[in-house]
Unconditional design. Sequence first.
Lengths: 346, 589
Amino acid sequence: MNTTIMLFLVQDGITNGAIYALLGLALVLVFAVTRVILIPQGEFVTYGALTYASLAAGQMPGTAKLALALGIGAFVFDLFVARKALHGRLIVRSLVTNVVLPAIVLALTIYFAAQKPPVAVCIALSLVIVAMIGLYLYRIAFQPLAHTSVLVLLIASVGVHLALQGLGLLFFGAEGQRGPAVLSGAFTAGALRFTGQSITVYAITIAFIVGLWLFFGLTLYGKALRATAVNRLGARLAGIRTTLSGQIAFLLASVIGALSGIMIVPITTLYYDSGFLIGLKGFVAAIIGGLVSYPLTAVAALVVGIVEAFSSFYASNYKEVIVFMLLIPVLLLRSLAAPAVEEEKD
Amino acid sequence: MQSRLPILIFALLMAAIPHLPGMPPFWIVLLDNIGLAALVAMGLVLLTGVGGLTSFGQAAFVGFGAYTTAVLSTSYGLSPWLTLPLSLLVSGSLAVLLGLVTVRLSGHYLPLGTLAWGLGLFYLFSKLEFLGRNDGISAIPPLSIGAFKMLSPGSIYYAIWVAVILSALLTMNLLDSRTGRAIRALRRGHVAAEAFGVHTPRAKLLVFIHAAVLAGLSGWLYAHLQRAVNPTPFGAQAGIEYLFIAVVGGAGYVWGGVLGAAIVVVLKEVLQSYLPLLLPGSGQVETIVFGIMLVALLQLAPGGVWPWLMSFLPERTSGKKPDTSLKLEQRTRSPAQSGVLLQVEKARKQFGGVIAVNNVSFDVQAREIVALIGPNGAGKSTTFNLITGVLSATSGSISVLGKKVDRAPPQEIVKLGISRTFQHVKLVPDMTVLENVAIGAHLRGHSGPISSMLRLDRADEAKLLAEAARQIERVGLAEQMHQLAGSLSLGQQRIVEIARALCVDPMLLLLDEPAAGLRHMEKQRLAALLRELRDGGMSVLLVEHDMGFVMNLADRIVVLDFGTKIAEGTPATIKTNPEVIKAYLGVAA
């Protein structure tokens, strides 16, 4: 094999791997804070991507309406939970975050969709819409189950994934879509050609990794999130609102998912159900990282991306087999190295 | 465990259904599908609900079963009945391979790991030439008995439901046995089970194989029902759906699997056929509604539907008292047992920079009660863990009857006749007191999983339960024998742990804070029991904070402080030892 092909494959792998790294980070974050294994992460990717592509094509994305519908649902849940001690401030705050906000965004979306908005507006709207969906989903589907076992949360997560995927088909149809490049232009260095898009992918991934690292290391919210991850009850006793931690985790995860989607949709055609597989490859990286380590997850994601690129070149039929089977030797190593940890469940 | 009558009625009912006049053939198809899903879900009940091992990969095992029979009965012309054992063998042996890799991982690695290999295998099914790639394999011969070919859904119906009911019976038999108790203890962590000789990785592998074989059986039936296979029903979505069936039904209950299968299959069918009429338009509306209903169901009944239904039935607390005249073999003890039973020499345990136990030496003689005391964090429980093999010492040696046991795992230590209780009670809360205590006698029984399933273990089982019942009576909890261990007070649970440790027929009993949470009278009864055990020839090493209790009971006391032994002697000398007083009160008196 010649060096040029190898370099191309490595470059391709790193671009994909950067996306998997972002998704892997989000999965680790959500799992650590809420114990939810976030299967709908893939839907955040497709929703972000297809909302962006629809807006750029001058179409009205159904996701904006979904955000409002979920927001109303979240508002009802809030009222129901607080029904014994309703007071004005609480109602107003819940109304603003859950109903007024998505209503404004919906209005903006309707306004802009009609006139083919610039790329920046499309990105901003897509991110806000998906972020709200993530936030309200946590409120409706997961917050009431926060005390249950990982298994129950996992099954709920599957339910949310199914519903979102079905809605995705309803909103975007069975046809695949592509979006405009976030950053056009390209330059060559030696045999390699770097597009503005791939540079954006690298930059955003690095920015997020550094950002998360700073957030968790330096800010009070970041520390509260880490405390919740280690011990929910302890965190509550220390005055941390664990529901807030969960909301922040879901908010971050949905923003990361949507951003990943916006970054890939100019490179590959995405369908309403593409997210599942993309998300799962982020999972593979997250598992290799042990669901706890951010740097390890990022490195593992790059490895997954490169293995995928090489196997799609040499054995494209077995691409997925190879990527998912990659996990078996990793698990084997982990099981040999795994210390005898006592777990008490329930 | 349960009476067989409801199962018999259920079997008769299922046998009668196809003969009901006016039964739409379509319903029979649905029942076939329910049966197939129930088989897989039943395996998951054991694996996930009982054993605590979550698997998303079961659909792959269904695939192994289906493809094995498809290839062998088409390309090689084997009779489907011959391929049945081969299908089960293939799923079972692949379960061994995958299981060896995955079951040692617990917690969240396991579900994700199984999801990943489930997906990988799905793509493998759809790419391999000899499995027909995406098109799969068709023209699979039907099951036949003589000239009778099971071509219609109505005729294979019996094969499916016989398989379901037999599998349910075998699975329930397995759960209600020596092996079953070991499996049911898995979910609560492995330390307690291993302290009584359960080889936990082997027990996990066993449930993994059991679940895979049930899935393989379902696959074999599926192949001969459809008479064609393709990769689609063995993908990740299907794997997720099986797990979901088990959780909806009630993941800890064999019949929950069957009920869950019925609920999910019927719900999907209803949604698929009626929703498009209500909401015409594009899209998979049924998937959306299905997903939403799933989340709603979990929010309303997180434990599943079966236990929720069962809670309406009158509670049955009275179990049959085991026949205590049956005796287990006793450990052979040398009659003139005197001298050193346990010798701890310069035992040291470091966790990173922390020295939890610092070159501690002491011994326990035969027929002696030794107390290990010291302020919190003195290293008492760590010393217990070193002796019982839960932790291995950084340096120093521990010997039992002159034999070194430094590196021995807990399962070997308990064989030597050393049994223990735990500072933090480690019982299985949803098992009865009797069943919990019987785990203590694990090593004194011999029946394996196969004989348990076939009920050939009853003689062995009766002796185990008799021993357990005897020990429960001995500690004075005969009234609570059939209650769930989780429903007892913490003090009583500690006493149950003592009964469980006594079931080992130990020479040395290690008790970690046995009197904590007991009332005054209960403490006196416990002290009397321990004296009686000593007089019967047993030695006791106990950690305890209640000084009154210790001083009145112990023959000798060893005092630890910050991991170091600071004193040793009779209660009278310890009481006046200035070092000890300083350690407890902070000043020299």
